[in-house]
Design a protein around this ligand. Structure first.
Ligand SMILES: [Zn+2]
Length: 223
């Protein structure tokens, strides 16, 4: 028996043989067996909604470090620039008199580095305190992992590839350092910090999508 799709293909071919679509006899669709109509109209079957763990084969680089610092927060930033990469921001930060790139990770957007690429900063490999979120007690620099997504998210959202990489990276780091979703924050959420970073579009994603995902994932892991 012809499947729904091949039956439709057969009808189209038959119609073409009869003089093309414009010349196809009227009512040919009406002659389709009812079963075929039902099959062709069926909506694509979606798999049940599940929260999945990050791929087992995530890049080993993400967690390859000498010793581990007791990280307690993950602080998400935007670069506030349309383009850039870890190398670009390393130069900018050094020009400001900092020791090196202030973030631990940079997620590229295709303008300076491949879209969605996670760049592992030199600080991370050394497990060095961050230089990305200054507060009076400096806790977010001392024990906060700084992740910067390239882009200005006051104006436009991150790319889907960036968001997918952010989700996987944050899930891997949360697991490794037992960081709950409540401690995954945007830069501007740190007490006493007055900044638009990481921009409305990314902040909305953090609160509305990423943190609920992490919470749900943690709940499933406890079952
Ligand atoms: Zn920031």
């Amino acid at each position: 028996m012809l499947s729904g799709r091949s039956f439709v293909a057969w009808v189209v071919l038959s119609a073409a043989a009869l003089g093309g679509c414009a010349g196809a006899p009227r009512g040919i669709i009406g002659e389709l067996p009812t079963e075929s109509i039902i099959i062709t109209r069926r909506r694509p079957v979606r798999p049940p909604r599940r929260v999945v763990k990050p791929p087992a084969a995530f890049p080993a680089d993400w967690l390859k470090t000498a010793t581990q610092r007791p990280w307690r927060w993950i602080v998400v930033h935007h670069s506030a620039s349309e383009s850039g990469s870890a190398a670009t921001f390393d130069k900018w930060h050094r020009a400001r008199g900092w020791d090196e790139l202030g973030y631990h990770f940079v997620i590229d957007n295709g303008r300076g580095g491949p879209d969605g690429l996670v760049e592992v900063g030199a600080r991370w490999r050394k497990q060095k305190w961050g230089a990305h979120c200054k507060t009076p007690d400096n806790r977010y620099n001392d024990f906060g992992i700084g992740i910067c997504l390239v882009g200005d998210f006051t104006k436009a959202p991150p790319t889907p590839a960036q968001l997918a990489s952010l989700r996987t990276l944050v899930a891997v780091l949360s697991d490794r350092f037992s960081i709950p979703s409540a401690r995954v924050i945007g830069h501007g959420q740190a007490p006493g910090v007055n900044t638009a970073c990481p921009g409305t579009f990314l902040s909305r994603h953090l609160h509305g999508t990423l943190c609920p995902y992490l919470t749900r994932r943690a709940q499933l892991a406890r079952r």
